[in-house]
Design a protein around this ligand. Structure first.
Ligand code: ARG
Length: 447
């Protein structure tokens, strides 16, 4: 990252992140301490996410921020700093391919309209580093942030990459692209006298959606997110109807791929899912009403299906208390159960699937609660773990960096007590988190 002259206005905005960095106990301008030159992490068990097997005991030898060697046994190289995790199970850092680190339900005042009319992007920016930290502490060392206001995600990603604040590695989408009146249009359902400021992803027509893809890339997007269908937590009437024409979806994907960016399509309805897959998206998010045709198309095209199947529990338990309009909660009731049934069908059909929670709709740091749902609805624990490691890394195009404990990849490691293959919910209690060879959350015993 090159150092650019910073305008006075930009310096003021950047201040928001620095305040939080200081609050989190990180010196604002001191880079994070470099990892020890040679480290050996020992554990009795480890999950080989590439082959889908549990092995152990293991010594993971780390040089700088990368894994140098994965040794069977307990033999530690001379001169290494040893981190002995005892009987723990070691896994690669977890990956969530669908989060929003600029929102969290715990910020709600209980009044939907007050929140909509008083919360600013600056409020979101101030909170984001705390949410990033919670995510990292929960063992998620990589996330894909699929929609954020005001390019906060770009600033957050870059501050984390520079080592100025703790957080997961991020791929970011900037603003989600969507049609007028659609799931990405904040002003839907409000008086026409009200306009919302800041960068908007709203674009209509083939030329405008192409321009929006280019603008997002220009602003720092790693991935393009667009709304192929209507949604739950927004004010349009439908929950799943297509919100773009086939020509518009084709244009978004064509343009994004030209710039070397993958595409994630939000789609609940069967028709919108089919259209998005035909357009060539890399993943479909939510997938609620996917039908046999959608499963067939996804299989044939190798499209990832990302089901956020924990969300329903939280929305139905909590969102009425947040003052969410009843029409939105009614939409959730149409989606929740059938989405889980279709998740099961997708597992049975052998689809490519990545771990995607939509955290931000439910509290950050709770990401791992979805593992137990995935097992309840048809995955083996190993499949659920692979969806959040090796397979997620494939979707991100990052198998050369993350997703496995393997020489050459980043030393992103987590450890849990107990056997996640017997009880996947042990992943909700991660004791040890290392990112890039640096311990972010020491195991209680090691401390
Ligand atoms: N962001 C999504 C939407 O508003 C959340 C859907 C949550 N519901 C679910 N069953 N996954 O459309």
């Amino acid at each position: 990252m090159s150092v650019r002259p910073v305008s006075f206005r930009r310096a003021l905005c950047a201040g928001a992140l620095f305040v939080l960095a200081a609050g989190a106990g990180v010196a604002q301008d001191a880079p994070a301490a470099p990892p020890a030159a040679l480290t050996a992490v020992k554990a009795a068990h480890w999950i080989d996410t590439e082959s889908g097997r549990e092995r152990g005991p293991v010594v993971v030898v780390i040089k700088g921020e990368r894994i140098a060697e994965v040794r069977a046994g307990a033999d530690v190289p001379a001169g290494a700093t040893v981190i002995d995790l005892g009987d723990a199970t070691l896994l690669p850092g977890l990956i969530d391919v669908h989060v929003h680190l600029t929102s969290d339900p715990t910020t709600s005042t209980g009044n939907y309209y007050r929140d909509a009319l008083t919360r600013s992007a600056m409020d979101d920016a101030v909170l984001a580093p705390t949410l990033a930290r919670r995510t990292l502490d929960a063992g998620f060392t990589t996330v894909r942030n699929v929609g954020a206001p005001a390019y906060i995600d770009v600033a957050l990603r870059d501050a984390i990459d520079r080592g100025q604040i703790p957080g997961p590695r991020m791929l970011v989408a900037t603003v989600a692209i969507g049609s007028t009146g659609g799931h990405a249009d904040d002003s839907t359902g409000f008086s026409p006298d009200i306009t919302f400021g800041g960068p908007s992803g709203v674009a209509d027509g083939v030329d405008a959606v192409r321009a929006k893809v280019r603008e997002n890339v220009k602003r720092g997007a790693d991935v393009i997110k667009f709304m192929a269908s209507a949604g739950v937590l927004s004010n349009e009437a439908s929950v799943g109807a297509p919100q773009y024409s086939q020509a518009e979806m084709d244009a978004i994907v064509d343009e994004a791929h030209r710039w070397g960016k993958k595409v994630a399509a939000h789609a609940h309805g069967a028709e919108a899912i089919d259209m998005a897959i035909r357009a060539g998206v890399d993943s479909v998010e939510h997938c609620s009403f996917i039908d046999a045709e959608g499963l067939k198309l996804a299989k044939a095209r190798g499209t990832y299906l990302d089901f956020d199947i924990y969300n329903d529990d939280y929305i139905l338990a909590e969102y009425a208390k947040l003052g969410t309009p009843p029409a939105q909660i009614a939409k959730e009731k149409l989606v929740g159960r059938v989405q889980r049934e279709n998740f099961r069908k997708a597992v049975q059909a052998g689809e490519k699937m990545a771990f995607a929670t939509d955290a931000g709709v439910y509290p950050h740091g709770w990401n791992a609660r979805q593992f137990a749902k995935m097992v309840q609805w048809g995955m083996t624990p190993m499949q659920a773990i692979q969806s959040a490691t090796w397979n997620a890394a494939d979707l991100l195009g990052w198998r050369d960096r993350v997703g496995a404990i393997k020489p050459g990849l980043y030393a992103d490691l987590v450890a849990v007590k107990g056997d996640p293959l017997k009880d996947v919910s042990v992943l909700e209690h991660v004791d040890f988190v290392m990112k890039g060879g640096r311990v972010d959350k020491p195991d209680a015993a090691a401390r």
